[in-house]
Write a protein that binds this ligand. Structure first.
Ligand SMILES: *Cc1c(COP(=O)(O)O)cnc(C)c1O
Length: 230
């Protein structure tokens, strides 16, 4: 049952908070519902979930139109510039900004729609070939450039850690992302807050919470395995 899974994940998050001496209210759960039908999202909604993560624009907007409007939608997947217009005004937070060009497009669309779009910069902390995101070394300069654009506000950083059997192997990357976030925050850049750290997935979210995550993104742990052939 999705309800039991949500309770289980929240329990694990609370335990990780306790270990780290953090208040549970500092960390929110994003139910990653990609590939899953609306009926399952509704079950998670009934279980108290209000933050949902999707990685495809079309799927996000389809579900957006069918589900209650107090849901906060998170765009967590790679975003193409030509699709920005479909989600600005609908998403609560875009986690996957990894270039100035993409940020400029979001800014243009935000100004046009007279809204402010909150975003995270995606960092490829482990420098994996297969992943999107910029390197730690490029982060600060990109944040400074995005900060100058109207209608867009940098709120923090996001990473997708490597797929590992033992979550402890990813602790180093979570530590690194958090440190990077603190370093950029200490620059006190206008229009930049750096209070959000989106890190941790089904396999490693407890470790991510121990190391300072403010959002964890859990899919399989709530909805079960994904079948991409569906
Ligand atoms: C799919 C996905 C998740 C959730 O992954 P699980 O291992 O199923 O928890 C989290 N973040 C991003 C960016 C994803 O694409």
């Amino acid at each position: 049952m999705i309800k039991d899974k949500v309770a289980e994940v929240k329990d694990t998050m609370a335990r990780a908070c306790k270990i780290a001496g953090r208040n549970s209210s500092e960390v929110s759960l994003i139910a990653v519902s990609k590939t899953k039908p609306v009926s399952m999202l509704l079950e998670a909604y009934e279980a108290g979930c209000r933050d949902f993560g999707e990685n495809k624009v079309q799927e996000l907007t389809d579900k957006y139109s069918q589900l209650p409007d107090d849901i906060r939608w998170h765009m967590i997947g790679h975003l193409q510039r030509n699709k920005v217009k479909y989600i600005v005004g609908k998403v609560f937070l875009i986690h996957s900004v990894d270039s100035l060009k993409l940020a400029e497009e979001i800014s243009r669309e935000a100004v046009k729609k007279k809204v402010t779009v909150n975003i995270l910069v995606e960092i490829n902390v482990a420098e994996e070939e297969s992943k999107f995101g910029i390197s730690c070394g490029e982060a600060s300069a990109l944040v400074e450039k995005i900060a100058l654009l109207p209608g867009i506000c940098v709120k923090g950083l996001m990473t997708i850690a490597p797929y590992v059997e033992n979550a402890e192997e990813n602790r180093q990357y979570f530590v690194k992302l958090r440190q990077l976030c603190v370093d950029i925050k200490n620059k006190n850049i206008d229009n930049v807050s750096m209070d959000i750290l989106s890190m941790g997935m089904t396999g490693d979210y407890a470790v991510a919470v121990e190391e300072g995550a403010t959002y964890v993104r859990v899919g399989t742990g709530i909805f079960g395995d994904r079948n991409y052939e569906m």
